[in-house]
Design a protein around this ligand. Sequence first.
Ligand code: NAP
Length: 332
Amino acid sequence: MRTVRIHAFGGPEVLRAEETPVPSPGPGQVLIAVEAVGVGFAQTQMRRDAFPAPMWRPSFPIVLGGDVVGTVAALGAGVTGLGEGDRVGAFTLHGAYAEYVAVDADTVLPVPAGMDAATATALPGSGPIAMGVLATAALRPGESVLVHAAAGGIGHLAVQAARAAGAGRIIATAGSAAKLDFVRELGADVLVDYSRDDWPDRVREATGGQGVDIVLDSVGGEGLRTGIGLLAPFGRLVFYGSSAGGRALPAVSPMELIGMRSLTCFALGQWRTSRRRTYLDHHDTLVRHLTDGTVRHAVHAALPLEEAAKAHETVESRAHTGRVVLLTGRTG
Ligand SMILES: NC(=O)c1ccc[n+]([C@@H]2O[C@H](COP(=O)([O-])OP(=O)(O)OC[C@H]3O[C@@H](n4cnc5c(N)ncnc54)[C@H](OP(=O)(O)O)[C@@H]3O)[C@@H](O)[C@H]2O)c1
């Protein structure tokens, strides 16, 4: 099968198109014939050995993971409730940049037959994360939400999910005017260019000096502590990525939280396992939202699998709005 592997950490050029054997699904796994893979910023961190989370322990050669959409091609021993030909999606840390990937059957979600594969890459990871961080923050109707990196793959879904869930004022940050225009069209109320030093003042102004109820932070770095300082009393910051900081994470003192503020975190793997019912409910809601247009999954670029290096360059250029997707050429 066609696959893209890396044999050493480095720049996008380490992503090499190669022929490899089709994997066999192990016990409890399914083999997915891949149509599309969503390329996340996290995979660019993995490729250059800057991924901050401890759950990823690769050995070379590495096939990167991602948001996979395809059809079930084979079942491993003991798998029930799924059949060959079922259209499915799965978020996986390994093996996604390929024509076939074996994943644990209990991580697989149904994908509607008619849904465009690139659109459907929102279903396994990005969408559940966007909805999961809001649920982790326990968003109540009318509360204000600050979404960092709001034009990104997850961020643009979080803006729309917050609107759909009844958020009050949505404050969106991004690093360029073009990205902020994009986020405005998706329903954000206040647009803040956080590449400017005075961005926290803009957030304070937007909340009449009260502070914001919820901060969704996928960027980390020193901005995380700034975000804590921007919380209203009883405000919650959910940290779920370190796009700026990589492995350099800021030390936060409990004294920064003493004004009735909370810092919490989100990880999809734990969420998917420990909050399974909510995760599945969110999936149903997201399918409905994508189908009726409440939520739009913006596909910035859809490239052939072999152009994975170009996909990574695009994501690392920070010029993308929405998700960059790789296509194998197979259709569902
Ligand atoms: N917790 C979980 O379970 C989980 C799972 C998957 C991914 N994630 C994380 O979620 C975050 C968003 O993922 P995504 O794929 O949707 O990425 P993305 O938002 O499409 O891309 C990352 C964005 O971060 C912003 N950014 C700010 N400072 C940056 C810096 N120093 N270098 C590079 N980018 C910077 C950029 O937007 P601007 O140009 O607008 O600043 C950039 O486009 C990532 O941190 C990822 O690791 C978390």
